[in-house]
Design a protein around this ligand. Structure first.
Ligand code: HEC
Ligand code: HEC
Ligand code: HEC
Ligand code: HEC
Ligand code: HEC
Length: 442
């Protein structure tokens, strides 16, 4: 038997009820807040909208004098340019398995198409008003002019060159079977800006938008001091007829090599490896310094897609190939994606910047352990992490196998004998005693 009076028990029950209801109230309130945050405040995609890509490039009709807008048809007269374009990721911007898997992950939302298939002709829907810039609220209607085959061409020739029945280009003296017009944008970075400047949206605290290469380029060395455009490095100059049988002109290869091409990445990086002290002593510690220099990219290294990163790896291997000691560092961006996007850390290299990665190791004393011992230094470029790659395959059905990381630099140094001269830091020679160097005169 409890000693409580019925009255006391009544109050107890009342407060318990009140507590239950208020907890429920708070939970409901939080749930409503979360719902409103995700549907009304936080953008549906990881970037903001900008006027120039919020809508597709309006429908383009076929210019007079040519059979169609198809790249293959342009290629009948502009054969080499067509062959180059076909190998580029612009041509694959829609069929690219990485794009398709990520697009699926994002619910195949229409906004992606405005850069990956930029012409209205290439899109199954026409997009009208976008209330409050919320892409999921956009007014969508079926597009009667949708051309499925042209969609497969991604960033096709016409996406850059055809406007209002005229073919725009970098010359003012062409003699062509189709109407042409000089457009200064082709000689400047203006032509790339539309798609390579992706801004941040509300509740997205990026330093630089997700694929926004422009802010890393503008005002930096190659643009400022060298006057180089995106084309200088991504569309190499060439002397040739621009159309079959035409006069030789100064043009540019339509290659746009980037993160999927190891050679392009190698052209960005200068790597140096040095040892300190310059003479290895059994039983004593040695420090190896690998220096990465962004010597050839007009923007940060890496740039673009925030998935991209580099790793710098050191490994000491014994004579059987067993790893005795290792160290791995990364260079890229670390972004918190939920509940708001915050650029946590960005240690990418701006143009001409360099960074040292140090690795210390105490050499074994015993000649037996020392024999065959070697140091391996490696720099690798990653399109995305192993985990993200697996997720795209297992959850979003990415078909086939695709190279997604490349070794950009690799060097093996034996630790049992004398170091090669190249590893010795400039200005120092083995056994150079202090006092005999040029610094000290008698
Ligand atoms: C029947 C052949 C033919 C076809 C098809 C054709 N072109 Fe041309 N195009 C030419 C010729 C010829 C020139 C001028 C060559 C010259 O003056 O050196 C030219 C010039 C150009 C220029 C330079 C314009 C300028 O003044 O800067 C561009 C850009 C161009 N074409 C793009 C295209 C595209 C894109 C397509 C497909 C939509 C296409 N062409 C289809 C033959 C063709
Ligand atoms: C209509 C939009 C659009 C325009 C205009 C555009 N790009 Fe791109 N670019 C893209 C998209 C989308 C991709 C990614 C395609 C993919 O990998 O699926 C891309 C990829 C690239 C890549 C990386 C290729 C790789 O191997 O990963 C480079 C480099 C590039 N573009 C350079 C340029 C330059 C230079 C210009 C200006 C001359 C330009 N782009 C104009 C949309 C565009
Ligand atoms: C991403 C935009 C883009 C795409 C896609 C594109 N071009 Fe170009 N094109 C350019 C730029 C930029 C130039 C100016 C190069 C220069 O300064 O010489 C150019 C120049 C040209 C020229 C003039 C010759 C030259 O080399 O300057 C022709 C012809 C041409 N393009 C045809 C094509 C054809 C055909 C395709 C498709 C197979 C195509 N382009 C796809 C951007 C593009
Ligand atoms: C001085 C030469 C140079 C200039 C100028 C330059 N780039 Fe690059 N770009 C490179 C090199 C080298 C790479 C490969 C290394 C890397 O990924 O950063 C690259 C890579 C890229 C990539 C591929 C990113 C990836 O991994 O998918 C894109 C996109 C790109 N550049 C766009 C541009 C745009 C847009 C401009 C103009 C605003 C531009 N670049 C100006 C040299 C240059
Ligand atoms: C404002 C233009 C723009 C929009 C909108 C856009 N992208 Fe892109 N996308 C680009 C550019 C430019 C690149 C090339 C950057 C690079 O290579 O690093 C790119 C590259 C990519 C890549 C890397 C492809 C590869 O080969 O590794 C994926 C994946 C991608 N985009 C998915 C999407 C998805 C999904 C959406 C919609 C939610 C979207 N993009 C919307 C411009 C855009």
């Amino acid at each position: 038997m409890s000693g409580e009076t019925p009255r006391k028990r009544g109050w107890g029950r009342f407060f318990l009820r009140l507590f239950e209801w208020s907890t429920l109230g708070v939970l409901l309130f939080v749930a409503l807040g979360v719902y409103l945050f995700y549907t009304e405040l936080r953008p549906r995609v990881i970037f903001g909208l900008r006027e120039d890509f919020a809508h597709a490039i309006p429908f383009q009709k076929v210019p007079a004098g040519i059979p169609s807008l198809k790249a293959e048809d342009c290629g009948k007269c502009h054969r080499e340019i067509y062959e180059e374009w076909k190998t580029s990721y612009h041509a694959k911007a829609y069929t690219d398995p990485f794009f398709r898997a990520y697009w699926k992950k994002d619910g195949e939302v229409w906004i992606c198409l405005n850069c990956h298939t930029p012409l209205a002709n290439q899109q199954p829907e026409l997009i009208g008003e976008i209330p409050r810039n919320r892409i999921e609220k956009a007014v969508r209607t079926p597009n009667p002019d949708f051309d499925q085959a042209l969609r497969e061409e991604g960033i096709t020739c016409a996406g850059c060159h055809v406007r209002d029945g005229v073919i725009l280009g970098p010359f003012d003296d062409s003699v062509a079977p189709h109407p042409t017009k000089f457009d200064p944008q082709f000689r400047s970075t203006e032509i790339c800006y539309r798609c390579h400047q992706v801004p941040k949206g509300p509740f997205q605290f990026y330093d630089v938008g997700p694929c926004g290469t422009f802010p890393e380029y503008e005002g930096a060395y190659f643009s400022q001091q060298r006057n180089m455009t995106c084309q200088s490095c991504h569309m190499p100059e060439v002397q040739r007829p621009m159309a079959n049988g035409g006069p030789i002109r100064q043009g540019r290869k339509h290659l746009w090599r980037g993160g999927h091409d190891p050679e392009q990445i190698k052209s960005a990086l200068a790597v140096q490896l040095a040892a300190d002290p310059p003479e290895l002593t059994p039983g004593a510690p040695a420090t190896f310094t690998l220096t990465l220099i962004n010597a050839g990219a007009g923007h940060k290294l890496p740039t673009g897609d925030p998935d991209r990163y580099f790793t710098v790896e050191f490994q000491v291997l014994d004579r059987t190939g067993r790893v005795v000691k290792e160290q791995r560092d990364s260079m890229g961006r670390w972004i918190m994606w939920q509940p708001v996007i915050v650029d946590l850390y960005d240690n990418r290299l701006p143009p001409l910047a360099s960074r040292d990665y140090r690795f210390s190791y105490r050499l074994p004393e015993s000649p037996d352990l020392l024999a065959g011992l070697q140091l391996q230094a490696k720099v690798r470029y990653h399109i995305l992490t192993d985990q993200a790659y697996e997720t795209l395959k297992t959850r979003y059905g990415m078909p086939g196998d695709h190279p997604y990381n490349f070794t950009i630099y690799e060097r093996t140094v034996p630790l049992s004998g004398p170091l090669s001269a190249e590893l010795i830091p400039l200005g120092r020679t083995p056994s150079a005693h202090e006092g005999t160097s040029c610094g000290k005169k008698g």
